[in-house]
Design a protein around this ligand. Structure first.
Ligand code: 13P
Length: 250
């Protein structure tokens, strides 16, 4: 059985102090949850303080990006071992905002995924089509290219522990969620494709849905066979609303 994972991507929001305040409020609200894995991904500058705050709790920490080189003259970048050292167990890779604004490609995603695993981090690798691509009926081709290119070269253990996030770009921050059926259709496609590449790992890999997930729509999405969790932006910023997402089945 795949353990559901509810992940918050805070994007470029919250100072260290604001991150700590949110976590202080969240901890007691989710303290009794053990059937859902909880993950929050603050900005780099809040990771140290966030890690101090979540010590001993059931909240896991992730970064929103990394660079694949171990160290050196790469001004402004952060290495996988630095992300691990500050307390992260996960890292988001290839978010559509990074593809759109910072030139990330399937090739850079693949380098980052491999480097994250090598440092002992679990990548949350993002895929998803734009509105134009959906309207042109090329969603499956786009996703297949992102998966085959971005997730190549994993060993069996890595292929099983990886997390994939399907985030249709047209649903991110727009309030326009994919219907549960639309999301399930793509998730099932991803799992079948993954089984062609990584065989048995396809039953184990967790596939999160992202794009305007909120406390109202989460439970219908989570009822779908191939949706194993959420990658949530806006609704993960406040403790109350994120706690509701984590406790979607209650
Ligand atoms: P929203 O939940 O704000 O639509 O953002 C989704 C997302 O991009 C999470 O990575």
């Amino acid at each position: 059985m795949r353990k559901p994972l509810m992940a918050g991507n805070w994007k470029m929001n919250k100072t260290a102090g604001e991150a700590v305040s949110m976590l202080k409020a969240l901890k007691p609200e989710v303290a009794d949850v053990n059937d859902v894995e909880i993950l929050l991904c603050p900005v780099f500058t809040a990771l140290y303080a966030a890690n101090e705050e979540i010590k001993g709790s059931n909240i896991n920490l992730g970064a929103q990006n990394l660079f694949w080189q171990p160290k050196g003259a790469f001004t402004g970048e952060i290495s996988p071992s630095m992300v691990k050292d500050v307390g992260c167990s996960y890292v988001i890779i290839g978010h559509s905002e990074r593809r759109q604004y910072f030139g990330e490609t399937d090739e850079t995603v693949n380098k980052k995924v491999i480097a994250a695993f090598a440092a002992g981090l679990i990548p949350v690798a993002c895929v998803g089509e734009t509105l134009k691509e959906r309207e042109e009926n090329v969603t499956f081709e786009v996703i297949e290219k992102q998966i085959r290119g971005g997730l190549a070269g994993l060993n069996a253990e890595q292929a099983s522990s990886l997390v994939i996030a399907y985030e249709p770009v047209w649903a991110i921050g727009t309030g326009k969620t994919a219907t549960p059926a639309q999301a399930q259709e793509v998730h099932a496609f991803i799992r079948k494709l993954y089984s062609e590449i990584y065989k048995d790992a396809a039953d184990k890999v967790r596939i999160l849905y992202g794009g305007s997930v909120n406390p109202q729509n989460v439970s219908e999405l989570m009822k779908q066979d191939d949706i194993d969790g959420g990658l949530v932006g806006g609704a993960s910023l406040e403790a109350d609303s994120f706690a509701k997402l984590v406790k979607y089945a209650k």
